[in-house]
Write a protein that binds this ligand. Structure first.
Ligand SMILES: [Cu+2]
Length: 173
């Protein structure tokens, strides 16, 4: 819910502005969506998280999923993490790539051991248990920003357990 709230915040402002002029109208989600300053019709970014490096100074990693419910192939060219420096798109074996695509009606997933975002210069303001913002930039220049949970490596890094805050260390297999 929190996530949706953040995304629709600019919409809310737009609706509020429209309602001022039109008094009674401004209750149409479709109209609001098309006038959103950010976002992309039919495309949702979800499950965003930043995994902090186990050793401070090392790069961290960010993961997320892009659900493409549109009729178009979408391309991702960059992913930024608020509070961190440069990022790179990496394959599962740490090779840099500059462009990922999602076919219509598919979900493109960045996850541990596979495609991921390598995050350099992780700022000290990024703390496990808090949230930052992840912004995905698409080939056409559109951007989607979503909240990203901040985790520490080892706690939920390999799964999507709904951990409460900083979980205690998982036993190693
Ligand atoms: Cu990497």
């Amino acid at each position: 819910m929190n996530r949706a709230h953040r995304i629709t915040l600019p919409l809310f402002v737009a609706i509020a502005a429209m309602s001022l002029g039109a008094c009674k109208a401004g209750d149409k989600p479709e109209a609001a969506a098309s006038s959103a300053p950010e976002g992309k019709p039919g495309v949702t970014v979800k499950d965003a998280r930043l995994v902090l490096p186990a050793v401070p100074g090392n790069p961290g990693a960010a993961y997320f999923a892009v659900e493409n419910q549109s009729k178009d192939v979408i391309g991702i060219v960059a992913v930024a993490v608020q509070g961190a420096g440069k990022t790179e798109l990496h394959t599962g074996d740490m090779k840099v790539f500059d462009h990922a695509t999602a076919d219509p009606r598919t979900t493109l997933t960045f996850q541990p051991g596979q495609a991921h975002v390598m995050v350099f210069d992780v700022g000290t303001g990024l703390k496990a248990g808090a949230e930052t913002e992840l912004t995905v930039t698409f080939t056409d220049g559109d951007k989607i920003s979503v909240p990203a949970k901040i985790e520490v490596m080892g706690a939920g890094a390999m799964g999507d357990m709904p951990a409460m805050g900083a979980a205690s260390e998982a036993p190693k297999p």
